[in-house]
Design a protein around this ligand. Sequence first.
Ligand SMILES: [Zn+2]
Length: 707
Amino acid sequence: MARFFSSAILLGTLLLEACASPAPSPTAAAPAAPVSTAVAAPMAVPPGAVSPAPVPAVPAGSHYDPLETFARLTLPDPVNSMRAGDGSPGPQYWQNRADYTIHARLIPDKKELHGTEVITYTNNSPQTLDCLWVQLDQNIYRADSRSAAQGVGRPAGGQPRLPVSATTTNGDELDSVEVETAGHTTRADYVVSDTRMQVRLATPLKPHSSLHLHIAYHYTVPGVWGGRTAWAPSKNGEIFDIAQWYPRMAVFDDLRGWDTLPYLGSEFYLEYGNFDYYVTVPANMLVAASGELVNPREVLTAAQVERLEQARHSDKTVMIRGPEAVNDPASRPRSSGELTWHFKMTNTRDVAFAASRAFVWDAARINLPDGKSALAMSVYPVESAGAQDWARSTEYFKNAVENFSRRWYPYPYPAAINVAGPTSGMEYPGMAFDGAETKGKNLFWLSAHEIGHTWFPMIVGFNERRDTWMDEGFNTFIDVYESVDFNRGEFAPKRDSEYAGGGGNPVEEIQSVLKDPGAPILLTNSDEFLRKYGHTVSYFKSALGLVLLREQILGPERFDFAFRKFIRDWAYKHPSPSDFFRAMDSTGGEDLAWFWRGWYFNNWNVDFAVAKVLYMDGDPAKGAMVTVASLDRLVLPVTVQIDYADGTHRRVKLPAETWMQQRQAEIQLEGGPAITAVTVDPDQVIPDENRGNNILKAPFAAAAGHD
Ligand SMILES: [Zn+2]
């Protein structure tokens, strides 16, 4: 029987953890009887007993090949002076800049928005630009848009949708486009193609220089069918959610030059800059907007200004305009004519606003690291003001912003505003449109998610139009912990349409994706995601990947340090997927090619199995060997639990490297009581496609004739 030990792989001391007996508490002290004080030492091989190296065993039905799983991985974007090998911006990283001054007038009766803007565009690239590309997002609503041709949003079964005229607009109508360089303003030479406008420059824009683009435009605000931007009636007046409301620069970057993907419905990729903007609306409307209100004394009553000041010092929600005041003319500085609301936001990639005469408005202080603060606010119609509904929205925003700031990166903006309106679940910097009908725990989850987007992609400027798994998945990941943090887990664990929608164990629910041959991989282009896989793959699978990375692969200490550094390094910049993978490899301290390949570049599954348990000389007192097999193409660090007849147990952790040269691993155990069962992944914390082979119970087959 000594021979059987000779072919075993001797596991190093670091793999063996002292067991907890009987409860698996990590703080439990001494191991119980069967594990000697030498628990961490591998069993010695009797001298002279080493036989020739055996041919690696291939367990029956195994799809696992170490050479495939652990092969080198070439990431899509190369390392260069722009993007460093450690996943941080390189020494010559550059990024162009767009600053905006906008004057907009909302005409509610006509459902029109009229605007004039000056875009100051700065070319920080080493290239001279012969043209600029500008995004005209409202053109997605034109009947002849590329999006319409895709049939997105059309009912299934070949049925015609509503009449074309009822669900389309003329898009962005350009009244004038002018280019100002060196004090000269000339009419622009431009071409519009779907949701993009190319402006051809008479004088090319040299490196490290800037120009001003003057655009006058108007468009019709879509109805509820507009999705991310819309107007709709409410009991006390219409609510306008206004977004994608000004022509804005496309991104020119080092990866592709101009990134001109049309707006087909996937989200955005935008340059950073400062916004100085003015919104003129009828005097009876309230405006909630990204950034900071510059002129409160011109657009609010003295009492409301005073209450806002109270809210800046209050952890409890303060009513700025209560439900009883919504129809009270005294709740506005004046009731006729128009008022212009002036907002500023610095270092942002976008701004949005909402306007309505129906808004109730409340606010509370957000406590930020280093003694800083910001203002959490909510606006909602009276019909949404239920005590467990929008009346708690500001509490949700305050808590989420405080926890995201504490855990990941400090919130940089003066306010965070939640808007109840026709648009449900859409994010803008420091602001969310969250659906007037959303209630209860779903409002908590939705609110945390949408304000979480201020971290991804508003601070960390992901390219949402290409990589929806990054903004949605990273955000859903931080939301998982916000559910734990909020009010001692009042809404924990997060189980909604974004994360383990069936309400069960996420590593079990993900099997429906891993076992679906039609499911797209995470690195699928945003526009190619079929709607049915949007939440299960780009939100759930992506977030679960980060949970596995944090909890099972790196551990929270190493993960959090690396993840925070990644956020800090790329705040207000444009990281690619490759930058993220490199950042976690380098600062996390592992070559994770096997995980990136299996989870992000493929939909590979895990299947560990307990193959056999053998006693030395058939006697438990002399020792035992447990064989664990890897049967599918993804591996993960995994725990193996050995249960003994005296009620104690021990645990052994197998790192991913266990599988670099073998398809089955042998764990040698000191002698002790008889083993009653061996279980791989006893806590069910990693995905495993077949739990049926994860446990082997006594009696065990004898060794004879076996290999
Ligand atoms: Zn989202």
